[in-house]
Design a protein around this ligand. Sequence first.
Ligand code: NAD
Ligand code: UDP
Ligand code: UDP
Length: 317
Amino acid sequence: MHLRKRVLVTGGSGFLGSHLCGRLLNQGHEVLCADNFFSSARANVEHLMDNRRFELIRHDVTFPLYVEVDEIYNLACPASPVHYQHDPVQTIKICVHGAINMLGLAKRLTARIYQASTSEVYGDPEVHPQTEDYWGRVNPNGIRSCYDEGKRCAEALFFAYWRQSALPVKVGRIFNTYGPRMHPNDGRVVSNFIMQALKNAPVTIYGNGSQTRSFCYVDDLVECMLRFMDSPDDFVGPMNMGNPVEFSVMELAEKVIDITGSRSPIVCEPLPRDDPKQRRPDIALAREKLGWEPAVPLAEGLKKTVAYFEKMLHSGM
Ligand code: NAD
Ligand code: UDP
Ligand code: UDP
């Protein structure tokens, strides 16, 4: 039984946010979800609307927010390269102004605040697997820089508020996470491959498919976020959160085609600039501090995700 808290989730109608809101409600908390629906649909939280402990407000985090809460999860930010490169100036504002506003709110309330940071702070890494003490190799002015440097600045802000105002912050670097309620058209690799395979359309590999990623199922990731928030005040991170099993993009394509029983051919398209060649989290810190370990293997998580997209296609959404 958890003590009932009032929790703010920014970006709460997004892919990760909607799962987090659901889990928090299941634990008996009150949830205030703030989202401007830039990269998600209200449909993601429709199933929560009947719960009297759930409240949804349309709000853009680049503007101040005055509410009363005990905890804040700051997830508001488009996460897929297609979405965050669509309006790079706005992406930087969301990362930086959004962080300042949510930190100001947390400071006024002395509330714990979690920041959804990212493996992108490591850029195209020359340390493998990535440990938290690695400072990264980021192009400061490339096409990914609006997101990478925005998120790095947000980390700097979180640690500055922690040092200067003793704010209880939690900075978690999320590695590629997938699952139901990903946006079908947001261009990320798992949603792209599944949608293409279900339509028997060509599966588009960028480059030759030898680049690697490590894919975490959403339920595992949300469990990690909750444990991190409940950890002692002096554990602030940064902490890697992700599944340490690494796959090449080619292997992912083959797995998706196999699971869907698709007739899709695999086609190669140009590799976008600054695309990281390899990525795998070292999760020793999360294991030690939170006793956390991902439990869902890729094949099992993909089956659940495929089932979600199949249902979506059949319902004509
Ligand atoms: P998502 O795009 O599904 O969710 C982001 C949510 O933020 C959306 O609901 C969007 O409408 C909202 N949003 C965007 N701009 C906003 C603004 N100005 N004000 C209020 N809301 C706004 O993406 P996601 O995968 O759920 O990612 C959630 C967070 O986790 C992001 O901060 C992302 O950077 C981080 N993250 C995700 C992954 C991943 O693999 N899913 C990896 C690393 C980091
Ligand atoms: N802020 C907010 N809600 C609050 C308190 C602050 O949105 O409840 C915003 C406000 O826009 C402010 C920012 O957070 O500019 C940073 O607040 P902080 O107190 O750190 O700085 P200051 O107000 O001194 O600029
Ligand atoms: N990718 C791909 N085909 C696609 C979409 C993505 O080959 O249709 C590749 C992309 O170039 C990258 C990897 O898959 O190497 C992961 O891409 P995603 O956009 O999901 O996330 P990233 O980790 O790059 O932020």
